[in-house]
Write a protein that binds this ligand. Structure first.
Ligand code: 2IT
Length: 446
């Protein structure tokens, strides 16, 4: 690693030794951009690395709420406003037991470069709470969302900070959050994305992350004169991203054979099609957060406490959560002949797993490139809100597809520039970083 890059990384490790996931994501980005630091002293002269690893601000607040029995609970809420040189802070809200400042800093940091790759005017941020929606009633979810927005509302604005959903936050939660914001501020603003279609939402936003992942996969496969037709695909998770992936893989002639939850995974060799795809939505809405229900409903195998990576597949798409695929999972996949690993989630591969796949012949797409379709569609929703109109489904799909192709091209070309053809991780980090860093230089020290 280049000297300046290594020094800043060490400084960060000393300053925030407990922020393991954040350090992981910075290490991953720094290893790639180390190459450009060497040949572009301007970034060091402007101290871009020290400036980019510190969020503009982190808002941390208390979220008290009442359950259906009248008992009072207190959760922690956060919004990490990381960087707005390219536009309003933009990134999802995650409601999950694993949420803390470190995990949100890592997600916010990733989001800066992901959003830069979309080519739209989007800054980077992330927020959420350690509130666990599992088993909560609709009323309890509403109570929680209202309390969360009581504080969050004062930090948002259509030109300031525009959150969206992430794990545990879907259309229903966005509705409750938006309603509270509208009432508190007495203003109908495009201040959240993923809104309902009837009140400012965009066509295709629910599908966009998954569709984008598959559009990116298609572009990668084109490089080796391949396509998705007839391919077997292993997917993890059963939420929003997995659902979009399953739908688009089916459209393009592939077959998804696995889904997973915190309880284990299901193996459906016939493929997840038709009513089974709709059933994924039911599982999500049930709030039970287990995938075993699928095996009961459709009489397929369920492997308790196991991950789907032991099933032979051509393409593996981890869509659940960070660090869900380790070195030994990648070894198994490669031994079984997997040719392509595409990240649907944010940082689902550990650093070691990532290195292993990069050293192999298999193709690898980093989440900040391959899963950028979600936030890209959010950007399109913001554009539509600013214009007070709604584009057709076809129009949004066309724009989304174009953005994903363009992200692929940027990654591909940046990798070629450094003589590492096919290294999408390097390409994504370099292309995303350059856009942000150059804007920071243009805009001065602030
Ligand atoms: O990880 C992500 O890119 C998201 N959760 C979507 C963020 C957004 O603002 O649409």
């Amino acid at each position: 690693m280049n000297k300046y890059t290594a020094e800043v990384l060490q400084f960060l490790k000393n300053k925030y030794p407990w922020e393991k996931e954040f350090i992981q994501s910075v290490t991953e980005v720094f290893e790639s951009i180390s190459y450009i630091m060497e040949f572009n002293p301007i970034y060091q002269n402007h101290r871009i690395l020290e400036r980019i690893v510190e969020p503009d601000r982190t808002i941390s607040f208390k979220v008290p709420w009442k359950d259906d029995q009248g008992k009072i609970h207190v959760n922690s809420g956060y919004r990490v406003e990381f960087c707005n040189v390219l536009g309003p802070y933009k990134g999802g809200l995650r409601f999950h037991a694993s949420v803390n400042q470190s995990s949100l800093k890592f997600l916010g940091f990733e989001q800066i470069f992901k959003n830069a790759l979309t080519g739209l005017l989007l800054g980077g941020g992330k927020g959420g709470s350690d509130f666990n929606p599992r088993g909560k009633t609709d009323g309890e979810i509403q109570n929680f969302c209202q309390s969360f927005m009581m504080e969050m509302s004062r930090h948002l604005g259509p030109r300031t900070d525009v959150p969206a959903g992430d794990i545990g936050v879907g259309a229903r939660e966005i509705g409750y959050l938006f309603g509270t914001y509208r009432r508190l501020r007495n203003s109908f603003d495009g201040v959240l994305t993923g809104k309902g279609l009837g009140w400012g939402g965009s066509h295709l936003r629910p599908e966009a992350t998954g569709y984008g992942v598959v559009y990116f996969t298609e572009e990668m496969l084109k490089q080796v004169n391949e396509n998705l037709d007839g391919k077997t695909v292993a997917v993890s998770g059963f939420g929003n991203v997995s659902w979009g992936v399953v739908k688009k893989v089916n459209d393009l002639g592939g077959k998804v054979v696995t889904l997973s939850g915190p309880d284990g995974y299901i193996y459906d060799p016939e493929g997840i099609t038709g009513e089974k795809v709709d059933y994924m939505l039911k599982m999500r809405l049930s709030g039970r957060d287990i995938v075993a229900d699928y095996s009961t409903e459709f009489k397929v195998d369920f492997k308790r406490e196991k991950r789907p990576w032991e099933i032979p597949c051509d393409i593996a798409i981890p869509c659940a959560i960070q660090n869900e695929m380790n070195e030994s999972d990648v070894k198994t996949l490669l031994a079984n002949g997997t040719k392509c690993i595409v990240e649907g989630a944010n940082l689902p591969l550990t650093l070691e797993a990532m290195k292993l796949v990069q050293e192999s012949d298999a193709m690898y797409a980093p989440g900040k490139a391959s899963n950028a379709g979600g936030v890209a569609c959010s950007g399109l929703e913001m554009s539509q809100n600013a214009l007070f109109l709604k584009w057709s489904r076809d129009e949004v799909d066309k724009r989304l597809h174009e953005i994903m192709r363009n992200i692929h091209t940027q990654c591909h070309e940046a990798a070629l520039e450094f003589n590492m053809p096919g290294n999408y991780a390097l390409g994504a980090n370099v292309a995303g970083f350059r856009r942000v860093a150059n804007a920071m230089i243009d805009q001065g020290i602030n």
